[in-house]
Design a protein around this ligand. Structure first.
Ligand code: SF4
Length: 223
């Protein structure tokens, strides 16, 4: 279920981020960098050759304690070298941009961005098209997600799609998990099951982002 919906009319001036930037212990930061290098070098899934992935600068921020988990890199996002910039990802990005917060303009400002499967699952007949990750690929990459969450110790994890929600549940994080359906057309029926309209779905994402930002502002205020 989404967090409580919240109407945000105007944002106060952002405070300095000194306190929350120091959130991740230096040792975890080093281990996270090593993990990202290991992921980049991983060749475990022969079904995912040529193992196309995002570069290490596409993971977003570790400073907020929020993690956003998708299914797998989409081809369009890989070409743009930014996660969540295919048609479904742009729904998520627009939901944040609607808030027009002066600090959290993009997903990279608010979340550590990752996927259940780190390499692009290409459709059999067209290498530039996406397919859903296979069970074996999800299983092979599970340890990477487990390690990311273990190192980050996020307060909240947002998942998009059934695969991401199931994978995070397997990891059994101590974090609060907020699960949304995947915003792609193939999940239209799932979206309709939970939300009155596509617009209501997008507003729920936007409201959740607003709530997460409000929590950060509060944390910064009390620090
Ligand atoms: S999907 Fe994960 S486990 Fe498979 S090759 Fe890519 S990084 Fe390795």
């Amino acid at each position: 279920m989404p967090l409580r919906h919240r109407q945000i009319m105007a944002w106060p001036m952002p405070k300095p981020l000194v306190q929350i930037e120091a959130r991740l212990p230096p040792s975890s930061g080093v281990l996270l960098t090593k993990l990202q290098r290991d992921i980049a070098a991983c060749r475990l899934c022969s079904s995912l050759t040529p193992w196309r992935q995002f570069e290490s600068n596409a993971y977003g921020t570790t400073s907020t304690g929020y993690v956003l988990v998708g299914e797998a890199p989409g081809y369009k996002s890989l070409v743009k070298r930014r996660r969540f910039t295919g048609p479904a990802g742009m729904v998520i990005r627009r939901a944040l941009q609607q808030l027009a917060h002066p600090r959290y303009r993009d997903l990279e400002d608010l979340f550590y961005l990752t996927d259940v499967v780190k390499c692009h699952p290409a459709a059999a007949l067209q290498s530039t098209a996406n397919r859903a990750p296979r069970r074996a690929e999800i299983h092979s990459c599970a340890d990477h997600l487990l390690q990311e969450i273990h190192l980050l110790q996020p307060s909240i994890i947002l998942t998009f799609g059934k695969i991401a929600a199931e994978a995070v549940a397997t990891v059994k994080p101590l974090s609060k998990v907020v699960a949304f359906p995947h915003p792609s057309p193939r999940n239209q029926l799932t979206i309709q099951k939970h939300y009155a309209s596509r617009k209501a779905f997008e507003e729920a994402i936007s409201a959740t982002f607003g709530e997460l930002i409000a929590q950060l502002e509060q944390r910064s205020f009390h620090a």
